[in-house]
Design a protein around this ligand. Sequence first.
Ligand code: NAP
Length: 409
Amino acid sequence: MSNILLTGSTGVLGGRLLQELLQHTDAVVYCLVRGTDADLARRRIEDVLYCYDEARTLAGQAWRVVPVSGDVSQPWLGLDEGVWRELLASIDLVLHCAANVSLVASYNKIAPVNVQGVQHVIDFCLAGAAPMLFASSFSMVGDKLYEDGFVLKESDLDVGQGFENMDYERSKFTAEKLIRDAGRRGLDWVVVRPGNIWGDSVTGCYPLTQTKVKGIYYEMLRSLVEAGMTFPSDEDFDITPVDYVARACLHLATHLESSRHCTYNLTNPRPITYDGIVAALRRHGYTVRDVEMHRYFEALQQGRLLRAGKPYRSVFTDLLSVFYDGGDEKERARYDTTQAEAALLPAGIACAASDQALISRYLDYAARVGFLAAPRAQGPLAEICDAALPQGFMERLYDGDLSEAAPSP
Ligand SMILES: NC(=O)c1ccc[n+]([C@@H]2O[C@H](COP(=O)([O-])OP(=O)(O)OC[C@H]3O[C@@H](n4cnc5c(N)ncnc54)[C@H](OP(=O)(O)O)[C@@H]3O)[C@@H](O)[C@H]2O)c1
């Protein structure tokens, strides 16, 4: 491979994949980036690259990174005709990691990037006879996630899953369908389905300040540390380090003789539980108290979970409020990783165990870059109070009117 087109290089996975490409190939990497300012595009790419490569060992290779102004949601990838033709003639592999990863955005907002965008990349690959690796997601499993005993095989696609809860999941499923259809029209494809992508398993690095959308799991850590309070849950929790996904992507995309038209579940074969993550935070030195789940959610929803005298909320608690319906539905599905392990283990590519050492590495990094308070600086912690504080719009309005109407002394 001498010319590779990479999308999503300013994101969590694409940035780490770029590091892998610069370290382990001689290819020139064309990075499709939104915006027309080439200097800014290069800075944004390098910000994420050097978040992972903190010692900037790859600075001498930066000439192999070529920012290309484009947008996958646009026909022709938003490229000028001349650039489109030039790339068609030279690109011999496309690694497609760009996506809208919002878990709450509507299908209308997500589909132009995650569905039509994939079709535009397919069009490019078919026109230029370039193979394509597509980063899908384990969340294409949809509501089968809650089915006891369900195991998602790597060859599975339509298993009768529904997508009522999340349009992001639907978009990934629909995109995988487009890719398989294009395979029947001559596209050479590989699909990977990463689990929850966390930081680098060796360094702990993760672009917490460089990317717009931080992984919800980091927001979860932040919320646990800030509130110092949670509820017990023995639900499985996937931790898939970004270096595992990036190394797997490069290996699979460059071994098409065995990976062509295959899908790989890149989840951690040894998941941890939510309780296990909380226990690791405690062992790392943080205080996290358990309260019964219904009590926690009731307090959250009624504004009685207070921190420093104010109702506590965070990105994580907001998301919990959206998805928690008071039921006992649990994530029960498992992901079969047989094919991924058979392809990757012989090449020395293994997913790190979700153990204390790994989680401590992530916590240390997040504290070092100021995303989390260090254990000794944790606090003030949240408390549940019995009476709700007035906080609603109507209450504020009413109180405001009363004070304005109050007679002056
Ligand atoms: N993160 C996870 O836990 C996870 C888990 C499973 C699967 N995945 C999949 O892995 C892939 C990478 O995810 P990520 O976590 O790296 O996402 P991310 O950090 O949010 O990065 C998304 C990337 O896509 C780019 N992008 C968005 N819209 C675009 C458009 N219209 N045209 C061109 N580029 C566009 C973004 O560019 P800007 O910088 O301009 O916004 C950014 O570089 C995605 O396909 C995602 O669905 C992620």
